[in-house]
Ligand binder design. Structure first.
Ligand code: G3P
Length: 217
């Protein structure tokens, strides 16, 4: 499963990239607002920092505006992925861009039928929001499993990008459900490496090694 960082904070992206934990980045209007940065500037900066895909979301709600904004965003860098909402206009824009070989991420997906339409529109990625389904007592991972089965039934190439991932369990469950990608807050990605027994074992190794009085170098 690929890990995308769900953030527009450059320092977070740089740190994850240094650890080799990063396969891409996703942003959305809320994350851009949270970053306090100019949208096009921060997308250009992130695209220059990493070679993986960087999702940048249109703000327009109608097809013509989505196409105009998406074409503008695609010109920022070759690794920009145009993020479009799962609406009829968003699906039409997705088909427009996929027909031109421009990568797309269809977002705000909350049902298997929506995901089926995204695949039929040629979406590169579809973003089911698992955390927001959990928030209303619907199992978000059931949606990932349904989409996986439907995509495999018909050989759709669209990648399942689990989004609205809130914790380490979401990461594990998304991987078990067969998501191709999880887009995850930077703090959750970093936390995946941590375990109390790893820390405890390492402390014991350090004590025992010190007791040998030896040096490797
Ligand atoms: O990628 C979508 C993500 O940013 C939404 O997360 O926690 O607001 O549902 P959340």
């Amino acid at each position: 499963m690929k890990f995308f960082a769900d953030t527009a904070v450059v320092a977070e992206i740089a740190e994850l990239d240094r650890y080799g934990l990063l396969d891409g980045v996703t942003t959305n209007p809320s994350l851009i607002a949270k970053s306090g940065r100019d949208f096009k500037e921060v997308i250009a900066e992130i695209c220059a920092m990493i070679s993986g895909p960087v999702s940048a979301e249109v703000a327009a709600m109608q097809f013509d505006g989505m196409v105009a904004e998406g074409e503008h965003l695609a010109r920022i860098a070759g690794n920009v992925v145009i993020k479009l909402p799962l609406t009829l206009d968003g699906l039409r824009a997705c088909r427009h861009f996929s027909g031109k070989g421009i990568k797309t991420n269809v977002t705000l997906c909350f049902s298997a039928n929506q995901a089926l339409l995204a695949a039929k529109a040629g979406a590169t990625y579809v973003s089911p929001f698992v955390g927001r389904l959990d928030d209303i007592a619907i199992d978000g991972m059931d949606l990932i499993r349904d989409i996986r089965q439907i995509y495999d039934n018909y050989g759709f190439a669209t990648q399942i990008l689990a989004a609205s991932v809130r914790n380490a369990n979401h990461v594990r469950w998304a991987a078990l459900a067969g998501a191709d990608v999880a887009t995850v807050p930077a703090s959750v990605i970093k936390g995946l490496a941590s375990h109390v027994l790893t820390d405890k074992g390492l402390e014991q190794f350090a004590r025992d090694w010190a007791a040998t009085g030896q040096s490797i170098l």
